[in-house]
Design a binder for this molecule. Structure first.
Ligand code: PLP
Length: 479
């Protein structure tokens, strides 16, 4: 397959350099490396030529040439005469969020923590039920009926009457989203997304051939005028939205806004894809006072959900709630995709849903405590940072006092701390004043991470970002 080519203009957008503060070659190499390792530039992509990049960036040809040299040495670029420089990933890479035994690297790129207590017990109960499934073939293309019924019941409790036949169980919300995008959307369809939004959704929608349009979200609210303008300006077939404790901002869309969004989308025949992965993580909102699901205002909506954040990411259970009319196409596509989801995990999630209320009480209490600890530590150690306390979800969305999020992520590596730079969450560049910090960690881990973060910030302020050793440079999963 021919390599995708990255234009110099796109590179300029991705790097988002301040013209009055151009990077040296090492820093330029580090910023490009960050783009490769956090997935914004895919392996196999052809980079702009040195000449094209020099013309586009506020740096000299020597800086670009030397930066490419550093990237080549680090195994991230392969250059062949006549075919340009192609992005490669070093061999033997291992996800840094699972550092090698004895590694001192701290991963702070995933908004998820350890399993809720009760997950092990739920597996035990699931195992007891397994024999009755063993006498069958085990291909549960729609999902195990008991789980689909419990999920439908939960939607009804939340104000969205649902027939179990509208539920298709998948291997996580990520798989649900890509199944929806690949099955129901056509290549070239436009999809509006909140900007910022969940980074892997941007990639998944793009990989499914959709054109992603960012609609500004200021950390608290989606800009409805901008949404209305975008869907008026050109046909926009889809809108991917995270109304509940949005990843990364933690914001909750209120009822009136949900109604307004639904009516804007209905007028333009835009179908919402609603991601409710974080919906059960209300920290400061009484569950009974939660706004009704967006699909209650838009009957055509596709909703994706997940057990990952509510209970545990390792369950790999998610689902799609679709209008009846869309289910047959999703099921047919699913048969070519992965056929079905593991039965034991589905039974475990069914068990977890039965004790959901009780289990979540403790989980929310712990998350609230960790969130408050992180807010306090940051206000204390980094007083000029804008630190707000989100009403739910799993991370803080920080406002930095300078456009330096990528520089901070690079500097943090020298302190063995892996961060996701703010721009990772923006589909069209920008985000250098933003930073997402997950709080679902132990108190000790948070205190340690904040120590490293404060040291890295000092380095950024002093212009002292030391590049890390090439051997530690690994691809980074953000979730
Ligand atoms: C908004 C959102 N959607 C989807 C996912 C992926 O979820 P899953 O683990 O169920 O695939 C995540 C995980 O970070 C998320 O935050």
């Amino acid at each position: 397959m021919a390599a995708a080519t990255l234009s110099a203009a796109r590179m300029l957008t991705l790097l988002d350099l301040a013209p009055d503060d151009p990077p040296g070659y090492r820093e330029l190499a580090d910023l490009v490396r960050l783009l490769v390792l956090d997935g914004r530039i895919a392996a196999g992509t052809r980079m702009p030529s040195e000449r094209e990049l020099t013309d586009a960036l506020p740096v000299s040809r020597t800086t670009v040439t030397r930066a490419y040299g550093v990237l080549r040495e680090a195994g991230l670029l392969t250059s062949r005469r006549g075919s340009g420089s192609v992005v490669t990933l070093p061999r033997g890479t291992r996800p840094p969020y699972m550092p090698a035994a004895g590694s001192s690297m701290v991963g702070w790129t995933i908004a998820a923590g350890q399993a809720a207590p009760g997950v092990g017990l739920a597996y035990g109960r699931a195992l007891e039920q397994l024999p009755e499934y063993l006498s069958q073939a085990g291909y549960e293309t729609l999902g195990v009926p008991v789980l689909r019924e419990l999920l439908a019941q939960r939607y009804a409790e939340r104000g969205l009457p649902t027939d179990p036949d509208q539920i298709l169980v998948t291997s996580g919300a990520q798989s649900a989203l890509s199944l929806v995008a690949r099955t129901l959307a056509s290549r070239g369809d436009r999809v509006a997304v909140e900007s910022p939004t969940y980074a892997n959704a941007i990639d998944s929608l793009r990989r499914s051939g959709l054109r992603v349009l960012g609609v500004p979200h200021d950390g608290h609210r989606l800009d409805l005028d901008a949404l209305a303008g975008a869907v008026r300006a050109a046909p926009v077939a889809w809108a991917y939205l995270i109304p509940d404790f949005q990843n990364p901002t933690g914001s909750l869309m209120d009822d009136v806004t949900r109604q307004d969004v639904a009516s804007i989308l209905r007028r333009s025949t835009t179908t919402p894809i609603v991601d409710e992965t974080m919906a059960e993580l209300a920290l400061d909102v009484d569950e009974r006072a939660m706004p009704v699901p967006l699909a209650a205002h838009h009957p055509g909506a596709l909703t994706v959900g997940s057990a990952s954040k509510t209970f545990w990411g390792g369950l790999r259970i998610g689902w799609i709630r679709a209008p009846h009319a869309d289910v047959p196409r999703l099921v047919a596509a699913r048969e070519t995709f992965d056929i079905g989801t593991a039965v034991l995990e589905q039974l475990a999630v069914a068990e977890l849903l039965r004790v959901r209320g009780e289990l979540l009480e403790g989980r929310r209490e712990r998350l609230r405590a960790r969130r408050d600890e992180l807010v306090t530590a940051l206000r204390d150690r980094l007083p000029d940072w804008g630190v707000n306390s989100p009403v739910g979800g799993l991370s803080l969305w920080i406002r930095l006092p300078a456009r330096a999020s990528s520089r901070l992520a690079v500097a943090a590596e020298a302190h063995d701390l892996l961060l996701t730079a703010g721009p990772r969450f923006f589909p069209d560049g920008g985000g250098e004043t933003s930073l997402r910090l997950p709080y679902a960690r132990t108190s000790e881990d948070l205190a340690d991470a904040v120590d490293r973060l404060a040291l890295a910030w000092d380095d950024v302020l002093d212009g002292r970002a030391t590049p890390s050793a090439p051997s530690r440079r690994r691809p980074v999963l953000t979730a």
